[in-house]
Design a protein around this ligand. Structure first.
Ligand SMILES: Cc1ncc(COP(=O)(O)O)c(C=O)c1O
Length: 464
């Protein structure tokens, strides 16, 4: 569609500014002390984010009194919506007993949470830490120590947090995705990371042929999140399992996004493929900072005091590892998901399907080429994540991140700037085009969001 994007964007920004005067003032003040007014670049969308939110269920209210239906939902962690009663109540009771802050002693909630997670994902042992970034870093260190090999293989478009082993091939497309995407890394890091193409068996086989003897681990998201909300093909994951086994490399599934999102467990069990290590984060903390590495006992044990000195991994724990309130929050949250799984997951999955189909139909009816991602295909019917990709090329289906990040294939600017602000104007906070449906979203809100998309498209047509 040919439209005057710049004029539309200017109008959207002007409207946004006029409705967010208090947020703008807070932003200006915050920017005096914080880089672009905050501590997480993704949250700081342009022209400025809204501040001081009150959040409950599907809704958020900002400093200016605007209300939004939110599909960002705590970086997609909040499967039950914002501040679910089950977690808030457990924490209130805990704090009332003057419990919950860090003590420096191990508590029993952590073993209860460990037992629960291990039972749900079918792994031997788990160790908690505080962010997905730390957990993927430790998983890789364990794999390197265990395999006694040095190379880390990841997929182009895979985001595993920000540590040196994974900062190659994330979001920059240049006839492929294998750029080193951060400064400040150890010298020679590019020789340590091998990037392969997601969902491409041939490329995976070629990489193993070339580097197989030196590959310590292959880390990937079976459902790729930041890379575009795309499920792996089953035969791709099966081949990854075979090749890692054949070469004495460890297979690490990063389930920070997919864990407890499609059912109360890892997406790996829906594929029937067991990795050596699983990384979890986001949902397992019930809104608190919890992450974990789980998996084979012989591998995880390398972080313990009994490990042989030459294989011992300094995954010893941090001050806030297994924080008492965070363990209780995770436990309350996951227990609720498990107890109510038959109501929660099919429902949010059905709403996800409705949104994906609805959005594609709305744009198609107006001659705009849009494909949604997040379709569960043969893996699950319960996909509650929705990406929206504005296509420049006529393709039927998006199956790898290189399509999402290639500016000749997908219009990233249109999605992240114009569609984002257009949907905000309608009262919906979206991310990656739409985002995550939670158990707190009502059918009415979902239908309203589709009606909003329809109004957005009609508005855009006026800028032709
Ligand atoms: C798949 C995946 N792994 C790891 C991370 C890093 O987690 P954190 O932001 O908690 O460090 C993220 C964050 O979004 C992620 O999506």
């Amino acid at each position: 569609m040919v439209m005057d994007k710049q004029r539309l964007l200017n109008d959207l920004i002007q409207n946004f500014r006029s409705k967010h005067k208090k947020s703008e003032a807070i932003f200006k003040k915050a920017s005096r002390y914080l880089i672009t007014g905050g501590s997480h670049n993704l949250r700081l969308f342009s022209p400025f984010p809204f501040y001081d939110l009150q959040c409950s269920g599907s809704k958020v209210w900002d400093a200016d009194g605007n209300m939004y239906i939110d599909f960002w939902q705590g970086h997609f962690a909040n499967v039950l919506g914002h501040n679910p009663r089950v977690v808030i109540k457990a924490l209130q009771d805990y704090f009332k007993k003057s419990q919950g802050l860090t003590t420096g002693f191990p508590g029993s909630h952590q073993s209860e949470l460990a037992e629960l997670i291990l039972g749900q994902i079918g792994a031997d042992k788990i160790r908690f830490t505080t962010s997905g970034t730390l957990a993927t870093m430790y998983a890789i260190m364990l794999a390197k120590a265990f395999s006694k090999k040095e190379l880390v293989m990841k997929v182009g478009g895979g985001w595993h947090g920000a540590h040196p082993y994974v900062l190659r091939g994330i979001a920059v497309y240049d006839r492929g995705m294998d750029h080193i995407e951060s400064a400040g890394l150890p010298a020679g890091i590019e020789k340590m990371i091998v990037v392969t193409k997601f969902n491409d068996i041939q490329d995976l086989e070629d990489r193993f042929k070339e580097h197989g003897e030196r590959i310590a681990c292959f880390i990937l998201e079976p459902f790729i999140g930041a890379g575009g909300f795309i499920f792996s093909h089953k035969d791709y994951l099966r081949r990854a399992r075979e090749l890692t086994q054949q070469h004495g490399s460890l297979l690490i599934f990063d389930e920070v996004v997919s864990g407890f999102r499609f059912h109360p467990g890892g997406v790996q069990s829906l594929y029937g493929i067991k990795p050596d290590l699983t990384v979890l984060g986001k949902a397992i903390g019930g809104g608190m900072p919890v992450s974990a590495v789980a998996g084979r006992e012989d591998v995880i044990a390398l972080c313990g005091p009994e490990a042989k000195p030459e294989q011992k991994v300094k995954f010893e724990g941090g001050t806030f590892s297994a924080h008492p309130a965070a363990m209780l929050a995770g436990l309350s949250f996951l227990s609720y998901l498990i107890d109510n799984e038959s109501e929660i997951y099919p429902r949010i999955g059905r709403l996800g399907s409705k949104v994906r189909k609805g959005i594609e139909e709305i744009f198609a009816a107006h001659g705009i080429n849009v494909r949604c991602t997040g379709y569960g295909d043969s893996v699950t019917e319960n996909s509650s994540l929705v990406g929206v990709q504005f296509l420049k090329e006529n393709i039927d289906r998006i199956s790898h991140p290189e399509q999402v990040w290639n500016p000749e294939v997908c219009d990233f600017e249109l999605r992240e700037k114009i569609f984002k602000l257009s949907m905000l104007e309608e009262g919906f906070n979206t991310f990656h085009g739409y985002g995550a449906i939670s158990a707190a979203h009502t059918e009415r809100e979902i239908q309203d969001s589709l009606d909003a998309v329809e109004r957005v498209v009609k508005k855009w047509l006026r800028y032709k």
